[in-house]
Design a protein around this ligand. Sequence first.
Ligand code: ADP
Length: 511
Amino acid sequence: MTGLDLSAALQRHFGHPGFRPGQAEAVAVAVAGRDVLLVMPTGAGKSLCYQLPALITEELAVVVSPLVSLMQDQVESLNGRAALINAQRNPAENRTALGRALSGEVRMLFVAPERFATPGFVERLRPARIGLFVVDEAHCVSQWGHDFRPEYFRLGEVARTLGARSVFAATATATPRVAGDVVRRLGLRDPARITTGFDRPNLSYDVVGVGSARAKHEATRTLLSEPGALPAIVYAGTRRKTEETAARLGRELGHPVPAYHAGMDRGPRAAAQRAFMSGETPVVVATNAFGMGVDKADVRTVIHESVPSSLEAYYQEAGRGGRDGRPSRCVLLAEKRDKGLHVFFINQVDDPEAKRHRWRQYREVWGFVEGEVCRRRAILSHFGDRSEPEATGRCCDVCSGSSVLGPRSWPPMGSPSAERRAPEADRPSVEQAVMRVVREAQPAVGRTRAVEILRGGRSKVVRKYRYDELPGYGAFDDWRAGDLLREVDALIAGGRLRSTGGRFPKLKVAA
Ligand code: ADP
């Protein structure tokens, strides 16, 4: 098929005047029957890259996606040319869908990944003539992705068993490492790798340090009250906070603000999504369960009230803003306390490799939050995108030297005593301070003692060994011991410090 034919097909099936970057190439290679690894940022138009080939070839495309709402939206928008099989539908509906796929009545069959584990399902689907086997959100196959799903493991094998002509993997979140994993795990054969840039020039990025929950709430309210701030998504971190914040904002803004999280019943959750999509409620407060597949083009503000667990997750969630290409703000309100929460969750992970990976994500996301380089540049380099970042308006708090909420305030202080402290610039980072104390303390100290020194403790031992003369002594007297301990533990877990073990373990700088 020529490029001209493809453009005509695009017009005919979707009414779009032209392809966006990367789309024409992806469609062409998919039509030609090659395996594809498509990496495009959220909102760039990935679904069209497999939908159009499915519509212009004679074969059935099987589309696997973990996102129920996304599948539903896509099937609806395809007006009878697609059917859907998932656990939300009753067995009779699912049987009908399968029948329509087998008879060639529909061109696309959307299937939830866990369905392939149902005994007999693959065999029932086998008689279909399958062209593309599409794995959407393909990063879910990788343990290095932020959203690993074990059901994804078998999909490569399933595709081959079904005799699919080619496998089409699509994702918005492939770092080079995840991309490698996707290719391996799905068994892609010499795939065409199509990647478009990750820069979203119309988004501005601000990281704002806040010292307390109250300051955070005020910041959110201020941001939402500014002209042009709506529609807006507020990511609140946990289910409980999502509900509290929604209720509070509803009172403060004087209009209903729905909450959205995976713990809600299906009815109210769908209602919250509908109300937001239709513009009836211009603000939604959500956990990260919201948004995958939410295709609302005109979101002007995305506020994070807690630091996501990885930079990929942040990029993806913030990326729900400004899909229409118009300027939109992404504001990350960061509280030091979030670190403790991250560490707590990482420590729940049993598998050592997974844990090491989580620590890595921890360092990356906090490196971003506490870093002093252009936010846009930091994001692009994280994704291995070496292009020169280009903002169409405001770029970020670092580049403009002030945040959307006024003077830049990172790093935030942990407690009210913070205001009395020397300017933040005068003190070392907590990592530097811990490393230095460990290096210089004689005799060597353990975790608790190191923390005591940083907090300026006055115990007998401190005085006896003159730990109070060490650089860094008392530099973090406004921090809670638990938070500092977590920093020390992060350094141990990250391999920069080690603990000697034994009854009174001492810290050493790792060789
Ligand atoms: P992704 O899956 O990459 O997040 P989608 O496939 O949901 O993105 O597409 C985002 C939006 O862009 C949709 O509203 C879609 O209709 C629109 N879109 C995709 N391709 C084009 C195009 N070539 N021209 C105009 N709009 C497009």
